[in-house]
Design a protein around this ligand. Structure first.
Ligand code: F6R
Length: 241
């Protein structure tokens, strides 16, 4: 794991976007794995800027998102599909039939997980997977204890994860209890992984990630099994190192 520290989250976002842009420049039909949450917002803003200033095109690119809430329609205001449209897809030239998220509204969630794994395989696998990290070490919605050989699956969200995400909903009761997430094995099968962490609230988890041994109780430690992981952090997230 190669950890690079930046002054602030804006610089971190610029560097993450530059790395994504380099991936697309060297392989225009690259498959990107994308994340939601607060962390990648600066990166997405910078990608939009690169597109608008004609430095980057997504016309041949495909994207697959890590996760989606179960029980929310794709067009629900809090779905991850809506997040992705709002913060990236609606502002770039990525064709509508080239971005994919699990469908949390599927009547058969188990079948949907199998479909999603097959889809990732059919489009050639993920070239670059972008990740955030939860304060409990989760990646995607792989909460502590998730087996490292897990593929896309349905998860019950940790209370602490639901609390952290409640800021996007009008009350905690509205935060879904379950989600579909790519598994740890799905994430590890990406060719390259780029994990981002910013802010003081991530300082402990970054310190722990660096020091801990590989163990399912700390899902992000699985990244130590991958040979091409870059971690970009800002100074606050690095303050306990
Ligand atoms: C989001 C995801 C999550 C987040 C993590 C950090 O698609 O899979 O693992 O990356 O919860 O969230 P933020 O960035 O909001 O701190």
């Amino acid at each position: 794991m190669n950890i690079i520290e930046f002054e602030d989250k804006e610089q971190l976002g610029k560097e993450a976007a530059a790395l994504i842009a380099r991936t697309i420049a060297s392989k225009p039909d690259a498959v990107l794995g994308l994340a939601t949450g607060g962390t990648p917002l600066d990166t997405y803003q910078e990608l939009i800027h690169l597109y608008q200033s004609q430095q980057l095109s997504f016309k041949q690119t495909k994207t697959v998102n890590l996760d989606e809430y179960a029980g929310l329609d794709p067009d629900h205001e809090n779905s991850y599909m809506t997040y992705m449209k709002r913060h990236l897809f609606d502002h770039i030239d990525l064709p509508q039939d080239q971005y994919f998220l699990p469908n949390g509204a599927s009547p058969d969630l188990e079948k949907e997980c199998l479909r999603y794994d097959q889809l990732i395989q059919d489009i050639g696998g993920i070239d670059l997977q972008l990740l955030g990290i939860g304060q409990n070490g989760h990646i995607g919605f792989n909460e502590p204890g998730t087996p490292f050989n897990s593929k896309t699956h349905v998860v019950k969200l940790d209370e602490n994860t639901r609390q952290a995400n409640a800021r996007y909903f009008s009350s905690i009761d509205e935060v879904p209890t379950h989600a579909i997430t790519m598994g740890i094995a799905s994430i590890l099968s990406s060719k390259k992984i780029l994990l981002l962490a910013s802010g003081k609230s991530k300082a402990k988890v970054i310190q722990y990630l660096e020091q801990t041994e590989i163990h399912p109780d700390f899902p992000a430690s699985a990244l130590k099994l991958h040979e091409d992981v870059t971690i970009l952090i800002d100074r606050e997230a690095g303050s306990l190192r």
